[in-house]
Design a protein around this ligand. Structure first.
Ligand code: HEM
Length: 460
């Protein structure tokens, strides 16, 4: 039996109950959802869904179920539409689900259809709506629901969904161009080189497509990735994914600096969204940088960095601070001052010994050691159980956005891998690089066969 999506079949309200007309509450929910969609247009264009942060109650009311109790901080919605994709300069949320996909189809039209469907679903989920029009408990009774349901009743939770294209998306293993994208791969979108000490696991590396889902509720982030994977079924399959918690950076001066699993403040010297000229200089790809379709976008580097925390925990405090170059308490540089005081790498103590060790992490990662290069870090802690030898498989899932990976990431990682005192406690086990296109413009219509989608300029 076929059922029109607009006229769902009658169904029992509970499994095993006799079939009958849809229950009134169910109809009320459908009407409420339609009202929301009617207000927002097919693609949620307008209706305040672009260009700002909706208060928790506003976002929750967009969902067709009762909002969760209390307007907890961080419940609200970030705009999905805009000049840049959300999830880069957006204030870093508490939880991450990051995933990459390998595209399994050869058909360019199917890839475009996937990107269209993903864009529409992402625009909805980031506003606290189900991934699909009907949601988990409505729609045709004999078809799988168009949302998996575990985020039902939860607010938008600050969800952002950020999409990127990896080098392998453009080029097949035999070197031929995929999906008719000859000449479209930016020169800077090159696989990262092997760095000294890399212990990369193939199953945690690369991927044609990457999605970073960040939210203030882990269930909301996982729900987003799960629904994108569901939508991609038959077109792209998940290659690997990573959960993260407890952000290891700040992207606004209003956010307190969090701590990583070494117990140190992390993100002190990060680029913040308030530094608009630094963002333009170090994060956004500019017209003329080499790939016009990527202007307004960025490059994302991901590294899964396992930390040998049991060994670290036996290192004296003096050694820990020497390695980082900052105090464990306030995060101030060892040359003195407070957390935000600029490190003074010339300052010396007794016998002319530098107060900040030249091989400390902060000295080697500082712009003065890297030709002025900076990056926008957006990483998370992770703990993936233990390794069977009594050690936690824990560390930092490093995420950084840069305008030019060849000058901003590769030389710094090389220097850190070779000289950083911290390297002894780190094992890089996963890696990838993706080109992250600009955002879908405010006012764009989404959905259908003609809707706008993330990365559309690439296929133009
Ligand atoms: C598990 C691995 C890592 C840990 C635990 C770690 C920890 C830290 C800490 C505690 C700071 C000082 C506070 C701050 O300014 O944020 C810092 C700064 C920094 N780190 Fe890392 N980091 C790691 C990996 C990396 C990697 C792989 C890179 C890049 C290749 C990197 C780049 C930076 C940069 C650019 C700074 C700011 C330096 C400055 O301007 O003063 N870090 N990191």
């Amino acid at each position: 039996m076929t059922t029109s999506p607009d006229q769902p079949d009658s169904r029992p309200s509970t499994p095993g109950a006799p079939a009958g007309p849809a229950e009134p509450a169910h109809e009320a929910r459908r009407i409420s959802r339609r009202a929301v969609l009617g207000m927002a247009g097919v693609g949620l264009a307008g209706a305040g869904l672009a260009g700002g942060f909706l208060a928790g109650s506003a976002a929750a009311s967009a969902r067709d179920t009762a909002p969760s109790a209390g307007p907890a901080e961080g419940d609200g919605a970030f705009a999905f539409l805009g000049e840049h994709q959300a999830g880069i300069t957006t204030p870093v949320q508490d939880s991450l689900h990051f995933a990459t996909w390998d595209v399994t189809t050869q058909d360019r039209d199917e890839v475009v259809a996937l990107l269209r469907a993903w864009t529409l679903a992402a625009s909805r989920m980031t506003q606290g709506l189900p991934a699909g029009e009907f949601g988990p408990m409505s729609g045709p009774y004999d078809a799988p629901p168009d949302d998996t349901g575990e985020a039902e009743g939860l607010p938008a939770s600050g969800l952002t969904i950020t999409f990127g294209f990896g080098p392998s998306f453009f080029t097949a293993a035999d070197g031929s161009a995929r999906f008719g994208l000859d000449g479209r791969k930016p020169d800077l979108l090159a696989d990262l080189p092997h760095f000294p000490g890399d212990m990369l696991e193939d199953a945690r590396c690369g991927g044609d497509l990457a999605v970073q889902a960040c939210a203030n509720d882990p269930q909301v982030a996982v729900h987003a990735i799960r629904n994108l994977a569901r939508i991609a079924f038959g077109t792209a399959s998940v290659r690997w994914s990573q959960l993260g918690y407890g952000r290891t950076s700040s992207t606004t001066t209003a956010q307190p600096t969090p701590r990583n699993l070494f117990g140190f403040k992390d993100g002190t010297a990060n680029i913040t969204s308030e530094e608009s000229s630094a963002i333009d200089e170090h994060v956004w790809v500019a017209p003329g940088d080499g790939a016009d379709w990527l202007a307004g976008g960025s490059y994302l580097v991901a590294r899964r960095i396992r930390m040998t925390i049991e060994t670290w925990d036996r290192a004296p405090l003096r050694e820990q601070e020497t390695i980082v170059g900052r105090t464990k308490g306030s995060g101030a540089p060892l040359s003195g001052g407070e957390e935000r005081t600029e490190p003074d790498f010339e300052a010396a103590g007794r016998g002319g010994v530098p107060l900040i060790d030249p091989a400390s992490h902060v000295r080697l990662a500082h712009p003065t050691s890297n030709g002025g290069a900076r990056m926008l870090r957006r990483g998370y802690n992770y703990t993936d159980g233990s390794d069977g030898l009594g050690r936690l498989d824990a560390g930092l899932f490093f995420l950084a956005y840069v305008r030019d990976p060849a000058t901003q990431y590769v030389p710094m990682q090389n220097a850190l891998a070779k000289h950083d005192l911290m390297s002894e406690y780190l094992r890089h086990t996963g890696s990838g690089i993706w080109a992250v296109p600009r955002g879908v413009a405010e006012g764009a219509m989404l959905g259908g066969d003609q809707g706008a989608f993330v990365g559309q300029e690439l296929f133009a």
